[in-house]
Design a protein. Structure first.
Lengths: 261, 246, 261, 246, 261, 246
């Protein structure tokens, strides 16, 4: 009850400020909060990155293990993306198995990596039909102040750029690194009333009726999209969101990933 | 899209493997009110997809602490029968069905008038009995009709279809083989009366122009599906009235 | 609370009508509702059947997969029978893992198939001790208006008559079909007050104190039985139920299975 | 019956492998009131089966929304210790134990006078410590005595035994090797005083006449077991009284 | 509510009696209740023991199965210790997966066996890197009147002395027995007020603020320890508890295990 | 201790592999108040261990039937990130983390003044991000600071460290390689102000004298850690005050 009232007050506040043409934290409508990406922060992981977007903080770790390939792709490595919304990160998160929000988060990030074909899965084959590398991308959310998906997707691709292949630990030989073929970047916008805002913070997320994540590649093409939320979007709103998505992804790629390439 | 071989030629002489043109839907069959126990139901075929939707409610929500004092709570469960796919699916929800259930529920959020039934639950159940790509869209189409059959007040129905890219061409309503060997897939759901999108997912590789063309194609197709949904309901309704008079 | 009252009213109604020597839907005491059996309805399944008994509707699908044999039967295939009481089929069914009712349903159907030795499990051996066919019989209940077990058992044996063995999909060779050696049929009767009724509908099930399922083979012998419900049965009542079971199974076999043989 | 080789000769010179006649029970041993914490308990051996039953209740039912305002709710949990079988059983309920728990609970439903204790729970726990075919019947026999030991009001006790077919003969109370290599198995539970059946399961191959003969055989044996159950309770009771006088 | 009051009354009673220098059952502060250990009680198990300490009754069964070794110990057998606090044993125990109490019980018993190196794990290798014996130690609590851990640990080591290796069942050859190299014994003391008591019964357990289990070997060295409970312990209290632990373990080993060696 | 080869020489010329003396702690780094959403938080490094602790509460306890009418309920969740160890850890609690969570919670039970906040919950979450032996002690140290940062009333802070035995020597604060190849490990938690032990676990092989020496060593080290915890909190506090004045 108490929580619902707070929720309503928060939404009203966001609307009020928007009515005067501003965002609650003073940003431009297409402006991101401060972004930082630190790489190789966790040495047990074969790749890792700590991404902050404003106060949102997401740690991504990449682990590799040999495993059996799928029967319909005997010569290809396997990507497994998992997200833990650990209760540390928000009073709303509860311990327990993944719920629909963490499943969606993981699957959208996964879709971008997969759709962009950033990873050359054939290079992850150890022995056809018998053994391939399984790449586990684990998204560990530490602090949720909104827009987890962009932070998680950025952490995932940053972790993947120059991860180590732990051949030695498993008594194997081969290349110890695998260059990425693309750098998909996710850009999320929300619709609040008639406005479209990039990189929603937590207040804005709770006030938004619809959210659209647009993941695009270095060539500007789309590799994944996901609408969520209980609202509807017009064709022209989607067009605007896609445009912002492609534009912002380019900026983020240049500013925060190009130095890792 | 699965990680399989991609060397299959999906387009021959300007036609797709099943003989369809690029902008052509698979055959659709709709039966309304086919289940006795459910408050509303619909059997829906789209090509080789066979899905059944059932609606229960508005009914008491329990456990009670999940009730919403201001409106009905809509739940949506997309489920695949173990024998609906080539490799038997283990019963119970997996991550894929959890996500599909979420976006499908959200596809109906804008149209169901939940305020009429505070504290209640409206349960939508979709069972995929036979699958051939596009089951989530078939499920949404079926659920839409089942909701209407159950008398749940809605601003309007929701219609759903996917577009994709195969052999470099943007085409409507991918079949299973097209999905497995194609380059992109984008399922959408739409309120035909207002041309507003309530579900949108995409994966693969779409240039911006391809995406735009695909979205238009899907939106047009949703209008056609909407007409079939309406027709099926009208037929069912007139039959009921007819039966009532006998 | 509301539900319990409805339940009592329904029971009273069943009793009242029975007192005047009739059933709620006008049937004879040993009479089944209309039965229909459609086969090969689902093409992803290696065998399937849609069975209707009155308004009760059960879909059964059979799938085959290669798997490892049990260590104590290295040359025999494996039968796995599973029932899903999906919430679509009844307001009483809830999503979640199998409960005692769905477990019992699956196990009783399984018992009939197994007890009758309808399937020649040795013919499902691919490589002794290494690989055998696992047959998954999945019972998917669509509409529950009572007597699920007879519908499910009928669907199971109908699906098994002439199922395909998917050798090709798994790169194997061998016979693509396996004729059944028997056709077990389940017949369920209930005891309400002093009366014994065949094929109970939902109202009758809720009014019954005991239920007995009798599964019998083409030779008239019993291959499985299960009493359920919180009542007791006298020896002579069981005798009557068994007699009805054998008699009705014969009829059902002739009318609904013989055309598939 | 397991799918094993069936070539074992189970009957030699008119006797079974363990020397029993066709209509003979395995040795039975009953100890009453063996556990301190439980309200009632019974340790029961039937041949090589060793089971323990404990009863708690009538006690508060929680969570409360499972309470029945008119009567006690009886719960029954049949469980096998991991080391009770040759191949270690993974802890926790499996499908077999779920079904056995259900039919065992139903075996007691007609005799427990639940109306005396509305809103409460009566919990029956059966632990199989060593198994050799017939554990569900041993469990029911033990539970019956434990319920009496706990002072739960019952119309009468329930007694239980299986009959089966081996080497073409209808025989009483199958042992493990007989069950694995036999042709049919039929466990029943009965209220001896009224000759009414409260549990009946069967699988295998029984001609109608064999079934009828088997049922009679099992019912007769239940009377014998009933006497042993009564005797054990009387002994326990007189001992308690005796102890009280010391 | 009712239960909490009973709990308080029980605690008060324990305190009152202690104030007069006695324990509720008249024992000395370092005195155990009557102990009995019966071995080989369950013939399906490869080793078993029924241990009673007063009214506390714990059955332990040991099973062996061939399995794959861990990759970092390819030539060593595997110990798996599991405890079931089945609801039979106490009105406080509930059915369901292991909770923190049963997990702790199993892990403390396991720690003693492992820390003492009682089992020569290298002798349990069947084929290096491929197949080793897995020893399952299953603790089945039948009646809980306090101090489960000492009863369980005693049952575990008693079951392990002279267990059989089921080579024949798995078509293997080799030694059928494996002598233990040590006999770790657990001794638990509790602190109530300023007093330290050995072998707490249920009343004393509920009145105690801290509990310390001390597991020691035949040579008098410590192989495992565990404090539990929400109280604190001073260094000198721990010293006293360790002293009692080592002394009592020696007595128990002599009285109840030496006859099995 | 893992069952690995033990032939590694852990002590060379009186020094440990990482150059430490026997009674030397690994480098410690403490950051207070690093998370926005949590009521209190602490990032803690001890050698190669990296852990984060967050505290929420006192806050409403739900479900309500878990409330304690007389005091706050403290919950503690120790969790390892999947990538915190060499072989990926499957997400979710395992038996090890269940036990660690229990003893860690009990380590704080004597100091948290729970009576101030009846009916509420105080949630302590510890995430291990990178591990190198001693994660439970690092977690307790972090949690202690996070509890203080959250303003939870405590009699005093808790400090924690392990001692062990390697190459026959009793040494402080084992590293991963020392833990894997060592002979004993004993983590403790202590209230430095009162010199009382609130957690104590041990496994391996400790002679009585070694145990006694080890306990003293660990207790001394806890005093050092306590000072670092205090300093970090004071710095944080002065910074906050300073910031407030700007």
């Amino acid at each position: 009850m108490g929580l619902e009232i707070m929720d309503d007050i928060r939404k009203d506040y966001v609307y009020d400020v928007l009515r005067s043409g501003k965002r609650v934290d003073g940003r431009g409508f297409r402006e991101y909060r401060a972004i930082s990406v630190e790489r190789d922060v966790m040495k047990r992981a074969e790749g890792s990155a700590l991404v902050k977007i404003g106060d949102t903080e997401v740690l991504v770790g990449v682990k590799l293990e040999p495993g059996e390939p799928f029967s319909d792709a005997p010569d290809k490595g396997i990507i497994m993306t998992n997200a833990e919304l650990v209760p540390m990160a928000s009073p709303e998160f509860e311990p327990g198995p993944p719920n629909e929000n963490s499943v969606e988060l993981a699957r959208v990030v996964d879709r971008g990596i997969r759709g962009s074909e950033a990873i050359d899965l054939e290079k992850l084959c150890i022995e056809e039909g018998e053994k391939v590398w399984m790449i586990f991308i684990d998204i560990h959310v530490l602090d949720n102040d909104g827009n987890l998906v962009d932070a998680a997707a950025l952490g995932a691709i940053a972790s993947l750029l120059n991860f180590r292949i732990p051949n030695e630990r498993y008594g194997l030989t081969g290349e110890d690194s695998l260059p990425m073929r693309d750098t998909p970047v996710a850009v999320t916008t929300v619709k609040i009333g008639g406005d479209v805002l990039a990189d929603p913070n937590l207040y804005e997320e709770s006030a938004a009726t619809s959210r659209l994540t647009v993941i695009s590649n270095a060539d500007g093409a789309l590799s994944g999209m996901q609408k969520s939320g209980n609202g509807e979007l017009k064709e022209e709103e989607i067009a605007e969101m896609v445009e912002i998505g492609i534009e912002k992804a380019k900026e983020i790629r240049e500013n925060y990933l190009s130095n890792f390439l | 899209m699965k990680e399989g071989e991609k060397e299959i030629e999906l387009i021959k002489k300007g036609k797709r493997l099943d003989g369809r043109g690029f902008e052509e839907l698979r055959p659709i069959k709709i039966e309304v009110g086919v289940l006795k126990r459910a408050d509303g139901s619909c059997y829906f075929e789209m090509g080789n997809n066979k899905v059944m939707a059932a609606v229960y409610g508005p009914r008491e929500m329990h456990p009670r602490h999940f009730q919403d004092a201001k409106m009905a709570v809509v739940k949506y469960r997309y489920n695949m029968a173990p024998f609906s796919v080539d490799d038997r699916k283990r019963p119970g929800p997996d991550r894929r069905s959890v996500e599909i259930s979420k976006v499908s529920r959200e596809a109906f959020d804008p149209v169901i008038i939940k305020e009429y039934y505070p504290k209640t639950a409206i349960d939508v159940y979709v069972e995929v009995l036979q699958s051939d790509a596009g089951t989530r869209t078939a499920g949404i189409n079926a659920a839409s009709v089942a909701l209407a059959d159950a008398g749940i007040p809605m601003k309007d129905m929701v219609s759903s279809v996917a577009v994709g890219k195969i052999g470099g061409e943007v085409v409507l309503d991918l079949s299973g083989v097209e999905d497995n060997h194609g380059e992109a897939d984008m399922p959408i759901a739409m309120v035909a009366r207002t041309d507003t999108i309530t579900m949108l997912q995409m994966d693969g590789h779409f240039k911006k122009e391809e995406f735009e063309r695909g979205l238009k194609l899907a939106m047009d197709a949703c209008h056609k599906i909407y007409e079939l949904q309406r027709t099926a309901l009208i037929e069912r309704y007139s039959k009921s009235v007819g039966e009532g008079e006998e």
